[in-house]
Write a protein that binds this ligand. Structure first.
Ligand code: IVH
Length: 671
């Protein structure tokens, strides 16, 4: 049995490692996310059941350690330096000239060039080939320990492959979030009513400094390694280019456009190619790093001001700017009611993409930059990031430009808007505002919430326009017969949507909580709350103080959750969802102090509405334990139709026998 389990663990590890490689290295996922999650959970379960099968190199160890209270400070064994910049070919040539005054042979020593990735610098400590520590750059001398977070990054080898590494070394690299991940994270934040990250670098740095490594893992960060600092033992490489090859052989990702050149003239000739390729990369980059290739010359060249090594420099490119006319400023009403101003632009091409809209963030920014409707404006677009209006060009004004004022009434429902004292945003306070409702129902059906396939933006709009729904509870009353009557619906798509809506009833409480769009309750907070309270009624009953006590949940969240459940319209909505048959509980939640704390229940027979699994989840979510057989220690047997031996035994021992209704009452699920 143990041999079988060991083989199974090895098989799962291999499958997961292969899937990680396909996803992260080849950029060609070969299994679905759901299948990956299933393998991952199976391995986690196996390792939990049989601790002897655990291994520090298991892919499960990429999952976070317990939540830390604060990040510890660590001193880097070698300082983490920064880079000087050159913005023009002349500045780059001047860099070589300065170096040649110190070391004339520099002109023939060769250079390596690499893309400069715009992320967050990290240092990884390896001892005897195993990852033993990791830190942020901090001030270059002292950083913060983020080992648990770094272990969640698939590009960070936990144990090195091959051979030839120094006994102790620090590997330096850049952690980044590809554009696709950046867009996903910001979409999630937008839905949760959380402030958006301005760029992928901020998102990556934020994810790295999380106290809960599970949050880091979900961001799916990546890392390129670009340097080794041996601490004990040497390196079998004499050039930087060879170091990059070693790093790749040990299992790190290294930048794939790295090149080696003999002379500065050749480097200069390659720069244009890099500049062209950068806008097409799937991640944010802002230049090329040019490094003296011979490692023995690095020490001789030394460091300027204790900060910038002379042996490397960043040749930077400004993001491409375009000038166009800002036709109009419009407002989009978000799910939380936030009025988001955006610029409608005369279409213009930037780095090969036609841009016709750009965000304007908020009214203070518009006022600060004095952006007016009709202005000629500078617009930048960095990769996939939403285009931004940099500044207006006041010299080009003709006098017909119009200053912008945020509306005092919601453009979607005409309700007077509110601006909280400490915020730069105005909000429409009307929970039934059609703008908010549309965004809210769309969010409810989104993948990370209730995952209703086929409930896209236009479909939601259509259902609202036809008055078939007014809120998310109405979704569960829709019939295929109603949908078939609508444009762009056939019999098949109508049936599919009704089935997808019905399937969403089985989603866990965490998905529902996120889907309800309670202010400040993003995906992670929803999971934390669902695990702590187990059922929706338990959360709805909780006081603000009780919610506030949950680690990771701040005062603003507790206040928002309590306010949500205090609102009669929401109570009614949740009650309708319960009657529609939604799960309202979190599988595997272990709730301290739930109504069944310390009680052991046994299930037997077929219950009228709950499956065995659902009944067990409810009991566990209420802190109870589910046992497989009846004994004197059993507190109650939940009996359904055709119950057999367990029921008889319960009778013989005088154990309490209850039905489904009574169970629902005891776990606080009945009306
Ligand atoms: S080498 C001794 N190579 O840029 C300095 N840095 O602006 C070692 N960066 O702190 C840096 N891509 O975080 C190097 N290919 C690359 C890089 C790179 C991004 C970052 C690094 C550094 C910062 C300086």
């Amino acid at each position: 049995m143990t041999g079988g389990a060991a083989r199974q663990a090895a098989r799962l590890r291999e499958q997961i490692d292969r899937a990680n490689h396909a996803y992260y290295v080849l950029d060609a996922p070969d299994i679905s996310d759901a299948e990956y999650d299933r393998l991952f959970r199976e391995l986690q379960q196996l390792e939990a059941d049989r601790p002897e099968l655990q291994s520090p190199d298991s892919p499960t160890r990429r999952v976070g350690a317990p939540v830390a209270s604060a990040l510890a400070k660590v001193t880097h064994r070698r300082p983490m330096l920064s880079l000087g910049n050159a913005f023009t070919p002349e500045e780059l040539a001047a860099w070589e000239d300065r170096n040649a005054r110190i070391l004339p042979e520099i002109r023939t020593a060769g250079y390596t060039t690499e893309i400069k990735i715009d992320g967050a610098a990290v240092s990884l400590t390896y001892e005897a080939g195993r990852l033993t520590g990791g830190a942020t750059r901090g001030n270059g001398v002292i950083g913060e320990s983020i080992t648990a977070n770094l272990r969640t990054i698939a590009d960070v080898p936990l144990a090195l492959k091959g051979r030839g590494w120094p006994a102790v070394m620090e590997v330096r690299g850049e952690v980044y979030l590809p554009y696709a991940g950046f867009t996903r994270v910001n979409q999630e934040r937008e839905r949760a009513g959380e402030p958006l990250f301005a760029n992928p670098r901020n998102a990556a740095a934020g994810a790295l400094r999380q106290l809960d490594a599970n949050i880091t893992r979900r961001r799916r960060l990546r890392m390129f390694a670009f340097m080794v600092e041996p601490v004990e033992g040497g390196l079998e490489a004499r050039t930087h280019f060879a170091v990059l090859d070693l790093l790749a052989a040990w299992g790190f990702q290294v930048e794939s456009q790295r090149q080696r050149f003999e002379t500065m003239a050749e480097v200069q000739g390659a720069i244009a190619g890099y500049e062209d390729s950068i806008p097409r990369l799937p991640f944010q980059a802002d230049g090329v790093v040019i490094k003296v290739d011979r490692l023995d010359l690095h020490g001789e060249l030394g460091v300027v001001g204790g900060r910038e090594p002379r042996w490397a420099i960043a040749r930077k490119f400004a993001p491409e700017v375009a000038i166009t006319r800002l036709e109009q400023i419009r407002i989009n009403v978000g799910r939380t009611g936030a009025l988001n101003p955006y610029a409608v632009l005369a279409p213009v091409e930037i780095s090969g993409v036609t841009v016709s809209a750009a965000t304007l963030h908020n009214e203070d920014l518009i006022a600060e930059k004095d952006i007016r409707e009709g202005d000629q404006v500078e617009v930048i677009r960095a990769g996939e990031v939403i285009p931004q209006v940099v500044r207006p060009l006041p010299d080009r004004r003709t006098g017909t430009e119009r200053e912008f004022r945020m509306p005092d009434r919601c453009p979607a429902c005409d309700t007077p808007v509110e601006r909280p004292a400490d915020e730069a945003m105005r909000y429409c306070p009307n929970a039934s505002c059609p703008g908010r409702v549309l965004e809210g129902i769309f969010h409810y059906g989104s993948r990370d919430a209730m995952d209703v396939r086929g409930l896209g933006y236009e479909r939601v709009r259509q259902l609202l326009d036809r008055s078939l729904i007014r809120n998310v509870a109405d979704l569960y009353d829709l019939t295929a017969a109603q949908l078939v009557e609508l444009e762009r619906f056939g019999e098949q798509s109508a049936n599919q949507l009704v089935a997808a809506i019905a399937a969403s009833k089985a989603r866990p409480l965490s998905s529902l909580l996120f889907g309800l769009g309670i202010r400040h309750v993003g995906k992670t907070v929803a999971q934390v709350l669902a695990r702590r309270f187990g059922t929706l009624p338990a959360l709805a009953r909780a006081t603000e103080a009780e919610i506030n006590e949950v680690p990771g949940v701040g005062g603003a969240i507790a206040e928002a959750v309590e306010a949500f459940f205090a609102e009669p319209r929401n109570v009614e909505l949740v009650d309708r969802l319960r009657r529609a048959g939604l799960t309202l509980s979190e599988p595997g939640a272990t709730v301290a102090g739930g109504p069944l704390a310390g009680k052991t229940y046994v299930l037997t027979g077929t219950l009228p509405t709950l499956s065995r699994g659902q009944a067990a989840e409810l009991i566990e979510a209420a802190s109870g334990r589910v046992a497989g057989s009846v004994s004197r220690k059993t507190d109650a047997v939940v009996a359904g139709a055709d119950a057999g031996g367990k029921l008889e035994k319960a009778r013989a021992l005088g154990v309490d026998i209850i039905d489904e209704d009574e169970l629902l009452r005891r776990v606080g699920r009945s009306a």
